[in-house]
Design a protein around this ligand. Structure first.
Ligand code: GAR
Length: 212
């Protein structure tokens, strides 16, 4: 069975979704860069090993990433899942876990890479927003896309309501992506596109606002 290590920085609701999805893999550990991350307690309650590698203890990104890699490699994971892990990783770190490192990002990439995705979507008046699970590459938030979920932006949405509605979808697609990875369903072709080894269901069309 494949092994996963999950990296978090905060609440860890995506981590919790992974812990509770009955995935066909072993969740070996949850590691946080913040000792006060709420998700650490959730992981412990689920009987998962936890560790903290605080970025504040290191002078630069390279030394932090080296220590983080040391903590991860104890578990020899097949997959390293970033779940609200809010640190930019060095190219060296990303390359070390090439093909194993995945992230969930709260936008329909390649739109709204980076921070404040919900506020930027609201500011632009887009009618559809979403989230993306993707492989992590050195190009921030631009790695091969595994799965995306789209939601309508409602007229009275605030950053908070939009984020909360999207989070519900994040909790659906991230376990699905990890499940495919654990089942060896995914390959990345020479275009950097994700293909599936066997056919997948087609998703639904979302039109927002709806047609009348
Ligand atoms: C999630 O919305 C995730 O997509 C986002 O942080 C939140 C973490 O929530 N990640 C990023 O913005 C990464 N750039 P959680 O701790 O409850 O899973």
């Amino acid at each position: 069975m494949k092994k996963i290590v999950i990296l978090i920085s905060g609440v860890g609701s995506n981590m919790q979704a992974l812990l509770e999805a009955n995935l066909p893999c072993t969740i070996a550990a949850v590691i946080s860069n913040r000792a006060e991350a709420e998700g650490l307690e959730t992981a412990r309650r689920h009987g998962i090993a936890t560790a903290v590698v605080s970025h504040k203890d290191f002078a630069d990104r390279e030394s932090f990433d080296a220590a983080l890699a040391g903590a991860i490699d104890v578990y020899r994971p097949d997959v390293v899942a970033l779940a609200g892990f809010m640190r930019i990783l060095t190219t060296g770190f990303v390359n070390r876990y090439r093909g194993k490192l995945v992230n969930i990002h709260p936008s329909l990439l390649p739109a709204y890479a980076g921070m404040h995705t919900h506020a930027r979507a609201l500011h632009d008046g887009v009618k559809i927003h979403g989230c993306t699970v993707h492989f992590v590459t050195a190009d921030l938030d631009h790695g091969p896309i595994i799965i995306q979920a789209a939601i309508p932006v409602l007229p009275d949405d605030t950053e908070h309501t939009l984020a909360a509605r999207l989070l519900d979808q994040e909790h659906r697609v991230y376990p699905q992506a990890i499940r495919w990875l654990c089942q060896d369903q995914i390959e990345v072709d020479h275009h950097g596109h994700v293909n599936f080894r066997s056919p997948r269901r087609v998703g639904n069309t979302l039109i927002s606002p709806g047609l009348e």
